[in-house]
Design a protein around this ligand. Structure first.
Ligand code: GLU
Length: 297
């Protein structure tokens, strides 16, 4: 093993589609090219957005496309104790506080045009029961060198402010769960869609507060639907047809700017060749694009 650990971390909000396959394939092939391991984590921490049976469908779909993972699948819904420990670390650092602001209140606070949370509840010492928890974010320019998107910087305190790490419920926020799990699973490389680029500086801010290492990031161009929006179930993405796994992989591969591998006739043969031919520097630098045969809806 090379010390490289990658991962694919889908939320079970529906079956995988052509856009999700681009992320799954790129993260898998980049890990295999670097002789690393590749982990599968199901991000099932948002029950209202989940679709019954989606986790199983995702797992079956990855298998049908030959994208096999190492180690046991991690389900975030089973990991509350890890998220609570991280919250305790933040609490000990006086970097966590309860917030009872309602949406209406937040809208009124944003009336001055700023979208950053102004720290309204910061010094109120509110009871954590039945409240959301926010992390205190200090003014700081956070920069990282994305392997595909280049140098990216964000002053999270100004653009977002103290953000929620646990919602009332209690439900753990994506930012907290992703940072805790990437660290606990030893993830060294995060390869995912550029729709998550804006989240990266926030995640680095949390990693720093929790004394976690920061992985390398590679954000991929986003597959668009016919109307220019990110391909998703809401924008009419069709579930991947497992019977057309080779064709689906070929399409994702070409979307990633790689040299076509038309001579491959099996999924396993295609993937083996793909690992040997993978070139990060061929990934197009456009942030968004359409897959040619994805139907407009
Ligand atoms: N679960 C997230 C999603 O499906 C991805 C998280 C990540 O890759 O950081 O959009």
């Amino acid at each position: 093993m090379s010390g490289y650990t990658g991962r694919f971390a889908p939320s079970p909000t529906g079956p995988l589609h052509a856009g999700s396959l681009v992320s799954a394939l790129a993260s898998w092939v980049d890990a295999r090219y670097h002789k690393g391991q590749w982990l599968l984590r199901i991000e099932d921490i948002d029950p209202p957005r989940e679709v019954a049976g989606a986790s199983t469908e995702i797992i079956d779909c990855l298998s049908a496309h030959g994208l096999h993972w190492d180690a046991e699948i991690v389900f975030q819904s089973t990991r509350a104790q890890h998220y609570e420990l991280a919250l305790q670390t933040l609490r000990n650092k006086n970097a966590l506080y309860a917030c009872e602001c309602t949406r209406k209140h937040l809208r009124a606070l944003a009336a001055d045009g700023s979208h950053a949370y102004p720290g309204y509840c910061r010094d109120k010492g509110l009871d954590e029961q039945n409240a959301a928890l926010r992390v205190k974010i200090h003014e700081q320019e956070i920069c990282f060198n994305d392997i595909a998107a280049g140098n990216c910087c964000d002053n999270v305190a100004r653009t977002l402010g103290d953000f929620i790490v646990r919602r009332r419920g209690p439900w753990y926020a994506y930012q907290l769960a992703v940072v805790v799990d990437d660290a606990l699973q030893g993830v060294t490389h995060v390869v995912r869609g550029a729709d998550l680029l804006d989240n990266t500086a926030r995640q680095i801010a949390l990693q720093q507060l929790l004394s976690y290492p920061t992985p390398a990031y590679l954000h991929l161009p986003i597959v668009e639907s016919g109307d220019g929006r990110k391909l998703s179930k809401q924008t009419g993405a069709q579930p991947l047809d497992n019977h057309n796994a080779l064709g689906n992989l070929q399409q994702a591969w070409e979307f990633l700017g790689q040299q076509p591998l038309p001579e491959c006739v099996s999924v396993a043969g295609f993937l083996e060749k793909a690992v040997s031919q993978w070139k990060r520097n061929r990934i197009p630098d456009r942030q968004n694009s359409r897959l040619d045969n994805e139907s407009a809806t």
